[in-house]
Design a protein around this ligand. Sequence first.
Ligand code: C5P
Ligand code: MG
Length: 297
Amino acid sequence: ALAIWHQLTKSEIPELAKASVLMRDRSRVEETIQAMQRAGPDALQVISDFDMTLSRFAHNGKRCPTTHNILDNDLLINDACKKMIRQLLNTYYPIEIDATRTVEEKLPHMVEWWTSVHELLIQQKIRRDLLAQAVKQSSAMLREGYKVFFDRLQEQQVPLLIFSAGLGDILEEVIRQNHVFHPNVHVISNYMDFDQSGVLRAFKGQLIHTFNKREGALLHAAHFRELQERPNVLLLGDSLGDLTMADGVAHTQHALTIGFLNDQVEERKESFVNSYDIVLVKDETMDVPNAILNYIT
Ligand code: C5P
Ligand code: MG
């Protein structure tokens, strides 16, 4: 039976045979894809991280910005603030992706990082009407094949929940400028709170960072009732913290998780392969998710 499964996806989804695709248990992946295909698009939902998952990690050898880093623009913040935000990134990003520390050890550092940056942004009195221009001027890019991904989900009426510890206002602007902010897209993220004159004064709701997405998922589950009726989940992320994004789905039948391993590849390979069903090593495209979606919807 196993040989038949392998043959089936090899011919139907040749993308899974690429050298950059790692799987702990190929048979389980193939069985899950088959089961999702039988259940069809009405039973499916997609839950995805944003920064470095839907957006690119690098392009032509240069790092692409996260939603936070898109604000690193003279339009919005002064040089002193830029310097401080970069220092914070240099301090805390290595901790975020450190394979030798536990999530528990990382948690307080992440809260410190996000809180400090958000305070700096508030001090800069960022103006809402300049955000779109900052996004336009940035080098942010969605992964190659993003349009096929978003358009297909919209066509098949499969909801896409984007769950981001980045900045919701910026994220929405990125997908709007790329013409893929379709009605099936829902976003959970950190949103800015502007005063009457359109100046940033606070952040709304509970802070979302890389390692508390489980709490966010449970908190927001009630708002996304339509998602509760879809038991099959395709999850995309680039951090081990992203695996908890589906914890708000009460009755999961089949779940398939795809992890983009962008950075610290050798150090993190083992933990990614143990945690994600499919690991994509330094793959800047949506080819694998698109091929799977093409097969199951
Ligand atoms: O969308 P996602 O959940 O991936 O967004 C969070 C990412 O943004 C983190 O992985 C982190 O590296 C990055 N970040 C940043 N600057 C901050 C806070 C987070 O670039 N101030
Ligand atoms: Mg990410």
